[in-house]
Design a protein around this ligand. Structure first.
Ligand code: NAP
Length: 674
């Protein structure tokens, strides 16, 4: 018997009065208890706000990204312990991989994105500066800073590890502490993962707390600096969303709910094509992975009416090969539902669907379970329904049986397929298996607004595709309407849910000081040694090099043209160039100007500049003709550490002509030694 504790205000609190029993999904026996009515939620909030938050906010985005990476690596080495516990939730080894490895992988992606896409600073810059005054001395830009409260994460039972880590990674990267409340049915796995994270010593004190069992009245004590991220059923979401304190204090409430996700077989994907087989395989996998207890699972299957029979036959063949049993057995392909009550719920929902559709596969009274007692564990067979008249049906479009239950339905043409897709009234994901670009586009235009994600797969992508049901950390996970209206993940977008966007307005120097990024018009430092001689550590924002001028000759232009082969008429033919609306006559190549610019600003000796790694936002603004002269101004705009040896310096470069007009502007990237 496991005592599943909570971690509150720095203490592990064992189950106490009000604890709930948790049964094994396989044997039905009570294996754990969790919950304690005496949990002091106000102390937890204070601990997060006063200890965890300040510690996290002291760190930069890069510090926090490094922390995530270390935590993920720590968990990776100890994942077997989480696998071992997870079998009792009914999950198979391949289910654990989605949950445990998927959760750790999500953390690693945020760790990497945090280092690559966020600054090594405390303020995130959202977009470029905007010039608000005529002379450029009054500017504006948007910044994001971490909320100064706590994130309360309420998670569903089906992914006890991934469900926690996919929310925790962006939250901690933002710099916000979290209180995690897993679903009670599987909280013993989450508790074990939290114990590992805390014992690693890698998280600052107060960054993560855990509520095992009931959440108490925590939502009544949140304020405008807090955020709630909920995952679970639409019913619970509606109840929690209605909390008057959340409304009164405009507490952010993100909701990821159930939805009636669908998959469409394209009209081109007839039997014999790779797409037909792929479709059958994906549908079967989505029905049976996690015994169908996936928020993204395919609940509705839409196929051209002419292909209905062959698809049903192929699905029946595949589903009949899905061995059901104790998930610890290697031969088991599908384990059990999480609990007896979940089984009851699934069977009740299946009965509703049966009112509108004929069951063509799966019989609850006649199926085999290997290595476990069918009557004690929460086992069910995959159940496939066929709805012949999906236009007048409603239960098949709004009833989520959260198990291995799906309904197949015919469509007449693509507009009809889109109409059926949209009858789910908002879903997390819809997949379309097609090798036809027009089909993909038509469905997108008719249906994208109803889905958080559209997944297209065909012969080209199938070897690499990650599956209809995988919410990838790079892509938005969530959906409109029935799916809750939330948007988790999506790369750095997911981090923004835990930050406040603020418009700041002021002089270029003020904006530079706040954002740690030099803004045009801010002070330039030009009385120091050549910036290429100064190390990454030494060099300051605003350090500027002003080059001498160089005259561009006709001979330069011709030499460059013949050397590179770029004999475009604008550089070679006076008359033709003059007829062009952009040029006064023959002009220098833009790339010649860039090369001259490098020659003008470079400091040739070996030094801290290791490499030129790129150039961003290049604009040619005024033509340069033979006889014109050019000079360059190079200013340190931004610095980002990259590894232990060097960091990236982003330089603002402007090329001027003899009239001090900007001829070109760009950002140059170099790697500089520390
Ligand atoms: P649920 O019954 O709605 O519970 C979700 C969470 O809410 C659990 O942690 C639950 O805790 C908690 N909760 C329930 N009542 C509460 C209250 N009064 N105050 C505070 N917390 C409360 O959902 P579930 O059965 O765990 O999960 C299955 C559902 O989640 C399915 O419908 C599925 O589609 C959906 N889901 C959606 C996503 C997504 O990303 N969109 C992902 C996974 C699952 P207790 O367990 O302690 O009651």
């Amino acid at each position: 018997m496991l005592d599943v504790s909570s971690f509150a205000a720095g203490q592990w609190i064992a189950p106490g009065s009000g604890a709930r029993n948790i049964a094994s999904a396989i044997t039905g026996e009570v294996i754990a208890q969790a919950g304690n009515d005496a949990l002091q939620v106000q102390d937890m909030l204070a601990y997060a706000r006063n200890t965890g938050g300040p510690a996290l906010r002291k760190m930069t985005f890069h510090d926090r990204a490094r922390m995530l990476k270390s935590v993920a690596m720590y968990l990776m080495e100890r994942k077997q312990a989480l696998y071992d516990l997870s079998y009792d939730t009914g999950a198979t080894l391949s289910d654990h991989k989605i949950d445990v490895d998927g959760g750790i992988g999500t953390m690693l992606v945020f760790a990497s994105k945090g280092r690559r896409e966020m600054p090594d600073a405390h303020v995130y810059l959202d977009g470029p500066p905007e010039q608000l005054g005529r002379e450029g001395q009054f500017m504006g830009r948007h910044i994001c800073t971490p909320l100064q409260g706590v994130a309360v994460h309420i998670n569903a039972f089906n992914f006890p590890v991934w469900g926690m880590l996919e929310k925790l990674a962006p939250t901690l990267l933002a710099g916000v502490p979290a209180i995690v409340k897993p679903a009670t049915a599987t909280c013993y796995v989450t508790e074990s993962c939290v114990r590992l994270m805390l014992e690693s010593g890698l998280l600052p004190e107060g960054a993560v707390q855990l509520v095992s069992g009931g959440l108490g009245d925590i939502l009544d004590h949140l304020d405008c600096q807090d955020a709630v991220a909920f995952t679970g059923s639409a019913q619970t979401a509606m109840m929690l969303r209605g909390n008057p304190n959340l409304t009164e204090n405009s507490v952010r409430f993100a909701s990821e709910q159930d939805s009636l996700n669908a998959s469409v077989l394209g009209p081109d994907a007839t039997p014999g094509t790779p797409e037909f087989d792929l479709f059958v395989k994906e549908v079967q996998r989505e029905m049976t992975a996690k015994a169908g207890q996936k928020c993204t699972a395919i609940r509705r299957i839409m196929v051209p009416d002419t292909l209905l029979e062959p698809v049903i036959d192929a699905l029946k063949t595949r589903l009949s090969k899905t061995t059901i049993g104790d998930p610890r057995l290697e031969s088991t392909r599908m384990g059990a539902l999480v609990s007896a009550s979940q089984k009851r719920d699934v069977l009740e929902k299946a009965a509703l669907i049966r009112g509108e559709a004929e069951q063509v596969f799966g019989n609850i009274d006649d199926f085999t379970v290997d290595g476990a007692d069918k009557d004690k564990g929460a086992f069910v067979p995959p159940m496939l329904f066929h709805c012949a008249d999906p236009d007048s049906a409603s239960r098949v479009h709004d009833t989520e049986a959260f198990g291995p239950v799906s309904t197949i339905m015919p469509y007449r043409d693509l507009p009809h397929a889109a109409e059926l897709l949209n009858k789910g009234k908002g879903s997390l994901v819809a997949s379309i298996i097609t090798n036809d670009g027009d089909t993909a586009r038509d469905i997108t235009l008719a249906s994208a607004a109803f889905h958080g994600r559209l997944y297209f797969n065909n012969r080209t992508s199938m070897a690499e595709a990650t599956g209809h049901g995988s919410p990838l950390p790079h892509m938005v996970h969530g959906g409109p309407g029935r799916a809750g209206g939330g948007e988790e993940l999506g790369g750095i977008r997911g981090v923004m849910h835990y930050m406040q966007r603020t418009a700041i307005q002021g002089s270029p120097d003020i904006l530079t000081a706040i954002g740690k990024q030099w803004v045009p018009g801010a002070t330039e430092i030009s009385d120091r040694a050549h910036p290429f001689t100064r190390t990454f550590t030494e060099i300051d924002l605003g350090e500027t090099f002003n080059s001498p001028a160089r005259t561009v000759t006709l001979e330069d232009i011709e030499t460059f043209a013949h050397f590179t082969g770029d004999t475009f008429y604008a550089h070679m033919d006076e008359e033709a160039a003059r007829a062009n609306p952009f040029f006064p006559g023959r002009v220098a190549h833009g790339y010649l100007l860039l090369s001259f610019a490098a020659g003008l600003f470079v400091q040739p000796d070996p030094g801290p500049v290791l490499a030129n790694t790129g150039l961003d936002n290049l604009r040619f603004m005024a033509p340069v003709a033979a006889g014109d002269s050019i000079r360059v101004r190079l200013t340190v705009k931004h610095k980002t550490p990259r590894n232990d040896e060097y960091g990236e310096v982003r330089w603002h470069v402007t090329l001027y002509n003899q009239n001090d007009e900007a001829a070109a502007e760009y950002e140059l990237l170099t790697m500089n030694a520390y």
